[in-house]
Design a protein around this ligand. Sequence first.
Ligand SMILES: Cc1cc2nc3c(=O)[nH]c(=O)nc-3n(C[C@H](O)[C@H](O)[C@H](O)COP(=O)(O)OP(=O)(O)OC[C@H]3O[C@@H](n4cnc5c(N)ncnc54)[C@H](O)[C@@H]3O)c2cc1C
Length: 385
Amino acid sequence: MTVIGGGIVGCATAAELSGRGLTTVLLEMETGLARGTTSRNSEVCHGGIYYPTGSLKARFCVEGRHLLKQFCETAGVGYRECGKLIIAQDQSERDELERLLALGQANGVEDLRLVEQRELAILEPDVNAVCGLLSPRTGILDAEGAVRAYAQLAESYGAQVMTGARVAALDKVAGGWQVAVAPVGDKRHEGWTHTSRLVINAAGLWADRVAALAGIDVAKRGWQLHLTTGSYFAVADAHAGRIQHLIYPVPPADGLTLGVHVCLDLGGQMKLGPDLEKYDCDLRDTADGPAGITLDYSVDPARRGTFFEGARQFLPWLAATDLTPAMSGLRPKLSTTGMVDFVVCREESPELAGLINLVGIESPGLTSGPALAQEVGRLVAEMDS
Ligand SMILES: Cc1cc2nc3c(=O)[nH]c(=O)nc-3n(C[C@H](O)[C@H](O)[C@H](O)COP(=O)(O)OP(=O)(O)OC[C@H]3O[C@@H](n4cnc5c(N)ncnc54)[C@H](O)[C@@H]3O)c2cc1C
């Protein structure tokens, strides 16, 4: 088995497959693991509220949350069930919270409940809102730590985990795929080709490019990824510890994001984000896939005003000078106009058999990673039975 991509999805998948006794190699083009989207997000282990009931996002988010929490606790990876509040500023937003409550319950999210202003004032005295939807099971984690622990688990089952190894070509051969690997960075190897019965494409921002390497017409399938940037601003240390739960607004109606929210990390540091901006680099301009492309993760300091205006309605004590540009991540979106489900596709045609594609793994992909890995394991077992 060859797994392409050393983010949460690839590493959890390598652990899953090697744990089933399958010979597995994981290839990551960066010189370390978790250098892609997995290390550039809110590190929230989501409840599973927002996604249409029956969608892969809803299912894998709820399943993945349980798996990820249990894995982190067993592997000694930082995890805290801090809980989350989605807050309403007026009656129309309250109606939306009631809709989200029903949706979350239909998705199997546990212990959700509406909290009125009086209780909200006890839970979060420094947050301004008329009521909230409490999701006590939402947590935060050390995402890079989880990736490292999955990779170590895979290695303990005998998997090979290779960094600085970019998959540059995929050619169908009898009984599987010939995988051509090119060196990256310090060139600790000269590159090689190997044959693999099965290839798993967990290449994140580049998953459409990798699918195209295998000969898939990604435009025809609607798999072209549109990248959008999500930036974060750190809140001054002086306010650390002031907020206990993750605080989210009612999500924008476009379904593209959850809205700029208050994120907490395991150290209690607070940041605001992510917003949404189109990423103006067409990755498909390069003939050679990701080789040599440096993605732009800079944060425009001029966006501070927008963050401040958005947050001060529920954090009235916030000053614009409390905010400093922090970090950004890129979302691999299948659509720029609305919510689209994850693609998990085992290829069945003779010219593509032996390939499983995971495309459009945007949020809640961190939470869903272990459940996506289990699904890949199930798809592989089905082929072998
Ligand atoms: C701003 C933002 C906030 C988010 N917040 C959350 C959140 O709070 N909770 C949540 O659940 N989800 C969140 N997400 C989504 C989550 O981060 C992603 O869905 C998840 O990290 C995707 O993991 P991945 O393994 O698919 O991709 P990645 O982490 O991007 O890993 C893919 C890897 O494949 C490698 N690769 C690509 N091409 C090749 C090749 N040809 N050869 C070898 N290697 C290759 C890349 O280098 C990369 O390391 C957020 C995303 C963003 C952008």
